[in-house]
Design a protein around this ligand. Structure first.
Ligand code: LRH
Ligand code: MN
Length: 431
C-alpha cells in the first residue's frame, strides 16, 4: 500500500499563492530592522539554522489520567510516527531530529530504523528511558521507585534498562540519554529523602560509567507528579548538585512544565549556563502544573525571556554552551501534527526575537540602572512581529509559507485515516 505524503506540487502551489504578500511583508520588515542596524537576510539565515527535536510520543493524541480521545489516522507504530515527523519537517523545516522513548518505541532492528529515518531526512536526538511504568512480565515493580528504590534488585533492573537505552541510542546515532524518574513519596515519613537521593546517585554512577566518551546524560528535574509529597529530583538545585557529583558528561535538562507556578525559569537557565550544566530543554507551556500544553500558547513572553538568556550566553561565548532543544507536549484536543508545527514556529519566533535584542543598548541601560529603559529594550524585540522572517526562512529551506494551511489543504489526516485502521486502545495517559 502506498503511503500518502504531501506533494511538492501542492506545496509549491500553496506557496505561490502567498509569495507576493510575503515578499511585501518581508521587505517592509527588513527595512524596519535595517533602520535598527539589523540585517534581515542574516537573521533569516540564523532562523534557518535553528532546529528542535520532535518527541515520538507527541505525534499520537495524548491524554490525561481521566481519558484520551484518539483522533482519525493515529500513528500505530514507530514507522507511522516517522512519517508524521517527516511531514512536520517537510513543512516547517525546523525539526530535523526526533527524540525516542523506550520501550514505547522498541523495535526489532534499530539500524534499519535509523535508515528509514534518514530516508525521511530525520536523525535521532537524545533517547529517553522509562522507569516510571511497569512493563508486562517485569520482575520488579517501579511502584515505589526505580533508580532510588529501597530494593537493590529493582535498582539494578532500572540501571540495566538505562544501559540498554544507551546501547539502542548508539545504533540510532544519538549522543545523549535523558533520565527522568517518577521516584518520590506521597506521605511525610514514607521515604528517607537523603538515603533516596544517595541510592539514586549510586545508580546514576553506574549508568554514567556506561556512557560512550562523546555522550551526555541529562537529568530532568520535576517538582511533583506522580509523587505528590516529595520527588527525588524535584528542582534544578538537586539536579545541578547531582550532575556536579556525577561528572562532566552529566548536565541538567529543563522541562518548562516541571516548576511551581511563576518560578523564574529564565534565571534557572542563566544559572545552569553560568555553571556549564545546561544540557537541554523539553519545551512546552503550562498554566498550573505539568500541563504539557503547546509551546508559546500560554506564556510566550516567558519563552522569549528563556531565549534571551540563551542568545546572551551564545553571544558571550559561554563555556560548554551546547544545549539541545526538544519539544515535550501532550496534544489532547488538537491534531498533534498541527500543534507540533505551530510549537516549532513559536520556538523559531522566540529565538528570532531574542536575536534582535540590541545587546549593547541593553547593557548600557543596565549599567545606568535605567530599569524601564532596559525592560523596553527587551519589549522592543519581543513586540517585533518577525513572522515574515520565519515564513521566508521556511520558504528558503524548501518548506511552507503557511504550514498549517498547507497541511489542511493536503488533507493529510484524511488520507492517514484511510491508511491507518483505528487501533482499539482504551487506556488513558500519554501514549
Ligand atoms: C515527565 C516527562 C518526561 C518524559 C515524559 C513523557 O513529566 O516530562 O520528560 O519522559 O514526560
Ligand atoms: Mn519532559
Amino acid at each position: 500500500m502506498t503511503h500518502f505524503s504531501i506533494s511538492e506540487d501542492l506545496l509549491q502551489a500553496e506557496n505561490a499563492a502567498r509569495k507576493m504578500a510575503l515578499d511585501e511583508d518581508y521587505a517592509a520588515l527588513a527595512r524596519a530592522l535595517g533602520r535598527r542596524g539589523i540585517d534581515g537576510d542574516a537573521l533569516t539565515r540564523r532562523v534557518m539554522a535553528f532546529g528542535v527535536a520532535i518527541p515520538t510520543w507527541g505525534v499520537g493524541t495524548g491524554g490525561t489520567r481521566f481519558a484520551r480521545f484518539p483522533g482519525p489516522g493515529e500513528p500505530r507504530h514507530l514507522f507511522d510516527k516517522l512519517e508524521d515527523c517527516a511531514t512536520i519537517h517537510h513543512l516547517v523545516r525546523a525539526t530535523p531530529t526526533i527524540s525516542p522513548h523506550f520501550p514505547w518505541d522498541a523495535t526489532s532492528d534499530y539500524v534499519a530504523l535509523r535508515e528509514v529515518a534518514a530516508k525521511h531526512g530525520l536523525a535521532f536526538d537524545a533517547v529517553n528511558s522509562n522507569t516510571f511504568q511497569d512493563q508486562p512480565n517485569q520482575e520488579h515493580s517501579y511502584k515505589f521507585g526505580s533508580l532510588s528504590h529501597v530494593e537493590p534488585a529493582a535498582r539494578a533492573q532500572a540501571i540495566a534498562h538505562n544501559i540498554d537505552c544507551i546501547a539502542i541510542g548508539r545504533q540510532l546515532g544519538s549522543k545523549a540519554l535523558t533520565v527522568w524518574i517518577a521516584d518520590g513519596s506521597n506521605f511525610a515519613g514514607q521515604s528517607n529523602m537523603t538515603l533516596a537521593l544517595d541510592r539514586y546517585l549510586d545508580s546514576m554512577r553506574e549508568i554514567y560509567a556506561a556512557l560512550p566518551a562523546d555522550w551526555r546524560i541529562f537529568l530532568e528535574h520535576k517538582l511533583y507528579e506522580p509523587a505528590f509529597y516529595s520527588s527525588v529530583i524535584s528542582d534544578w538545585g538537586t539536579s545541578f548538585a547531582a550532575a556536579q557529583e556525577l561528572g562532566p558528561k552529566a548536565q541538567c535538562l529543563v522541562d518548562l512544565g516541571h516548576h511551581a507556578p511563576n518560578v523564574n525559569i529564565e534565571q534557572i537557565v542563566a544559572r545552569l549556563v553560568r555553571f556549564g550544566k545546561l544540557g537541554g530543554f523539553h519545551f512546552n507551556d503550562s498554566k498550573y502544573g505539568d500541563d504539557d500544553l503547546d509551546t508559546g500558547s500560554v506564556e510566550p513572553f516567558r519563552l522569549f525571556l528563556v531565549f534571551n538568556e540563551l542568545i546572551d550566553a551564545r553571544m558571550r561565548g559561554a563555556e560548554g554552551f551546547a544545549p539541545t532543544y526538544m519539544l515535550d507536549q501532550s496534544h489532547n484536543v488538537t491534531d498533534p501534527i498541527e500543534s507540533l508545527m505551530q510549537s516549532a514556529i513559536e520556538l523559531q519566533r522566540a529565538h528570532a526575537q531574542a536575536l534582535i535584542v540590541d545587546r549593547s543598548a541593553l547593557a548600557a541601560t543596565q549599567a545606568a540602572n535605567d530599569a524601564l529603559g532596559a525592560h523596553l529594550e527587551l519589549k522592543r524585540a519581543y513586540t517585533t512581529d518577525v513572522s515574515p522572517i520565519l515564513a521566508m526562512a521556511r520558504l528558503r529551506a524548501g518548506g511552507a509559507i503557511a504550514p498549517i494551511e498547507t497541511y489542511r489543504a493536503a488533507g493529510y489526516r484524511k488520507h492517514k485515516a484511510k491508511e491507518r485502521p483505528p487501533v482499539a486502545r482504551t487506556s488513558a495517559g500519554i501514549v
